[in-house]
Design a binder for this molecule. Structure first.
Ligand code: NAD
Length: 441
């Protein structure tokens, strides 16, 4: 992923460098699929859709669990568990990332796949929602083990993916390099080159210019539009960002370049803080060199909870689920939260924040830049004609601003918070597609 931060770069010992520290994976304290159902319910209370139209949205269309045997470097076989879920495909083929993380499980994949379905509907691209992953810690796998795990996992779900069926992409713990193995495995089994089966590929294999930075760039546009609605702009705002992987580091870089004062960033090992603003190009160079943020000169070291409580204009969680929860929501001082990660705020925290007047821009809108450019990548692969990066970025801005405007108009129409507005918009668009198609057989 970006900045050589995770899988795809190797350490001097030949192990894969990962987002997680060995033995300290991020814990998820709740079931994110419960959050999906609760958030859906809140939207339904306002939208009042027909009961029969709503019911299918409470269920994943297809859930697959596979065993993935991998020959390890020490000559022993090890079994891993892999998943792939298509939540809804009424608007188009499934679309969603592949996550490699020790905590990956079926309910996580269901939640993430549902969020992908809502997200694709909000940015109005012709995809449904999907997600998958393998429960593993990529920091403990060699490059060879990671490649064998990827190839076997893709072989196990081969019949279930394809450019018109379900199109994977990178997520936590996977990278363009992993996507190259996905593309190669699928193409070898088909007998022809099929770049459109997966997005987030290296440029040399049909990847799109701008894809690596797309989620961060989308966050930049959404943060800019949100600040505008409250009479502020990027140049007079302070920002704290949790997570320094693809999403967090690119958002930090782009917000800094746009004039915002990025005062804190963090990775799994902690946060660095400078109230005068961090020099992001220097922070990124330091991170590339050392693989950590800790120790960056002239900064205060905080833990991740400390970062979440900083007095900033914009808080941008870009790490894992459930980070803003009932335990810390009352102490968050930011007036605006822009969700870079998927599901970083629990429904209880959402209620507390809404009561406190915090303006929260939900994940399914805020971090949709990645899937928008994934869509552009798929279009380019399928037409065999590639666009300039500036063209990709312009089209991304157009899509993100249109989606932001649509969610904001829904928020004002129904007098709800931004998350419920985003859900209402998504659910309405999916129900419309389902009802136009009708019930098959
Ligand atoms: P990544 O693996 O590149 O980076 C994750 C970052 O989070 C790392 O810096 C890691 O150190 C940090 N982290 C992990 N656990 C943490 C914890 N408990 N506290 C603080 N930091 C922690 O992942 P990514 O691709 O940047 O994805 C981050 C989030 O954004 C995920 O929720 C993912 O689903 C979501 N997302 C990613 C994309 C994309 O295009 N990559 C698109 C949309 C949403």
């Amino acid at each position: 992923m970006a900045n050589g931060s995770v899988v795809g770069s190797t350490t001097s010992s030949g192990r894969v460098r990962s987002a997680f520290k060995s033995g300290t994976p991020a814990r998820v304290h709740h079931n994110p699929f419960d959050d999906v159902l609760e958030q859906l319910e809140r939207a339904a209370e306002v939208l009042q859709p027909d009961r029969d139209a709503l019911e299918p949205l409470r269920h994943a269309r297809r859930q697959v669990v596979v065993s993935v045997p991998v020959m390890m470097d020490d000559g022993h076989l090890r079994m891993f568990e892999g998943y792939r879920v298509i939540y809804d495909n009424s608007r188009g083929p499934g679309k969603g990332g592949i996550r490699y993380h020790p905590d990956v499980n079926l309910d996580d994949c269901k939640a993430l796949a549902a969020w992908m379905a809502w997200k694709c509907a909000i940015v109005d691209i012709p995809f449904g929602g999907a997600k998958g992953g393998v429960a593993c810690d990529p920091s403990k796998l060699s490059v060879g083990e990671l490649e064998r795990l990827t190839r076997r996992y893709i072989s196990e779900i081969f019949d279930l993916i394809g450019p018109t069926v379900d199109i994977p992409a990178p997520d936590v713990g996977t990278s363009p390099r992993v996507m190259a193995w996905v593309m190669d495995t699928f193409s070898m089994k088909k007998g022809y080159v099929e770049p459109g089966v997966v997005t987030g590929k290296p440029i040399a294999l049909g990847g799109s210019g701008g894809r690596l930075e797309a989620t961060g760039r989308g966050l930049l546009f959404v943060t800019r539009e949100t600040l505008r609605r409250v009479g502020r702009d990027l140049a007079d705002s302070t920002v704290a960002i949790q997570g320094f992987g693809n999403v967090g580091s690119n958002a930090a870089k782009l917000l800094h370049a746009a004039g915002s004062r990025v005062v804190a960033v963090s990775d799994v090992s902690g946060a660095i803080y400078d109230p005068h603003g961090l020099d992001m190009p220097r922070v990124q160079a330091y991170y590339r060199e050392t693989g950590q943020l800790r120790g960056f000169p002239g900064t205060q070291l905080l833990d991740n909870q400390g970062l979440l409580r900083l007095p900033v204009d914009v808080l941008l969680p870009a790490a894992m689920e459930g980070q803003i929860n009932a335990d810390n929501a009352a102490e968050i001082k930011a007036r605006i939260i822009v969700e870079g990660a998927n599901g970083p705020t629990t429904p209880e925290a959402d209620e507390i924040l809404t009561r406190r007047g915090v303006l929260l821009v939900p994940d399914i809108l805020a971090n949709a830049g990645g899937v928008v450019v994934s869509y552009f990548e798929w279009v380019q692969d399928r037409s065999g004609y590639f666009w300039r990066e500036s063209e990709v970025n312009e089209r991304l801005e157009e899509k993100m601003v249109a989606a932001f405007d649509a969610v904001w108009a829904t928020k004002e129409k129904f007098e709800v918070n931004t998350r419920t507005a985003a859900y209402i918009l998504a659910v309405d668009r999916i129900i419309e597609a389902r009802s136009l198609r009708g019930l098959y057989a």
